[in-house]
Write a protein that binds this ligand. Structure first.
Ligand code: C2E
Ligand code: CA
Ligand code: CA
Ligand code: CA
Length: 280
């Protein structure tokens, strides 16, 4: 039995080593991806329910691996967060997308076009984040109030006092804050009222079920009501059908995002979408 135990330990140890090795390889691969320009920013429009206008775009990271092809952010962002690589990667996304949106504002005479960028916990925690963002805005000439940083509930859940201070430092430079995937975390309503947040993004899991599941419909209604009362904009994520869009419209949701309106696209392809002004 002792020997068997030893073997079993050996087995686990090998397995652990190979996992550690794989992670190490992926980490160095991610580092190289940034250096070699394998990352690309895609953009997905955020559309006004009232008139179908594109109000802004969300920057979504893509990794084009020379052998594997496109790798989804859900496959590498968790490791990038753990290793801290998300900080240089996130700064790169910020610079590229701010510059791009500023260019579109001029090109399409849409000076108020907004940009939404996802911020990870590792970035949010950094003391120099407000200065970094202020620098990017200055360099790219994007108006601060047109940059909205998307934070998930978990990002702001740590030390509430500290989170509030950080959010105030960010809003002091003029940028806007949104809570991403709203409804899936544990952010208390008290904090929601206290924090300087301008928008709530209803998580896709609720939008998807809105026609089929009464509970999801109730939650979406409640989030929209909450947003109206707290003076926040509401964006429904993951809209995939006309039926969902009509329902959200009836519930007075003001902004929508999803495959039904437009998929995330590379910069070159989004120009056509930017010129269109009506809902499908
Ligand atoms: P997220 O911020 O919640 O972004 C929305 C995700 O839903 C995107 O996945 C988008 O492509 C997808 N989506 C949009 N509309 C629909 C729809 O109608 N149906 C369905 N099924 N999906 C839809 P994506 O691009 O794979 O990104 C996944 C997550 O990776 C993002 O979730 C975000 O948390 C993270 N991420 C992406 N880019 C960045 C980045 O630059 N920095 C950080 N920190 N995280 C990022
Ligand atoms: Ca997001
Ligand atoms: Ca989301
Ligand atoms: Ca998400």
């Amino acid at each position: 039995a002792a020997e068997q135990g030893g073997n079993r330990f050996q087995f686990y140890a090998d397995e652990m080593n190979s996992t550690a090795l794989q992670r190490l390889m992926l980490e160095s691969r991610l580092r190289r991806a940034l250096e070699q320009g394998e990352f690309v920013v895609y953009y997905q429009p955020i559309v006004s329910v009232a008139d179908g206008q594109i109000l802004g775009v969300e920057a979504l990271l893509r990794w084009f691996h020379p052998e594997i092809g496109m790798v989804s952010p859900s496959e590498f962002i968790p490791l990038a967060e753990e290793t801290g690589l998300i900080v240089p990667i996130g700064n790169w996304v910020l610079g590229v997308s701010c510059r791009q949106v500023r260019r579109w504002q001029e090109q399409f005479d849409r000076p108020n076009l907004r940009l939404s960028v996802n911020l990870s916990a590792r970035q949010f925690e950094l003391d120099d984040l407000p200065a970094t963002i202020a620098n990017v805005l200055r360099e790219t000439n994007l108006a601060p109030e047109l940059l909205e940083l998307e934070l998930t509930e978990s990002v702001v859940m740590g030390d509430a006092e500290e989170a509030e201070q950080r959010m105030e430092d960010l809003t002091a430079i003029g940028v806007r804050l949104a809570i991403d995937d709203f409804g899936t975390g544990y952010l208390s309503l008290g904090y929601l009222r206290r924090f300087p947040i301008q928008a709530l993004k209803i998580d896709r899991s609720f939008t998807t079920e809105i026609e089929r599941d009464h509970g999801s419909l109730t939650i979406v209604k409640a989030i929209i009501g909450l947003g109206e009362n707290l003076g926040m904009r509401i964006v429904a994520e993951g809209v995939e059908s006309q039926a969902q869009l009509s329902l959200l419209q009836a519930l007075r949701c003001t902004e929508v995002q999803g495959y039904y309106l437009c998929r995330p696209l590379p910069a070159e392809e989004i120009m056509n979408a930017l010129q269109a002004t009506s809902l499908p």
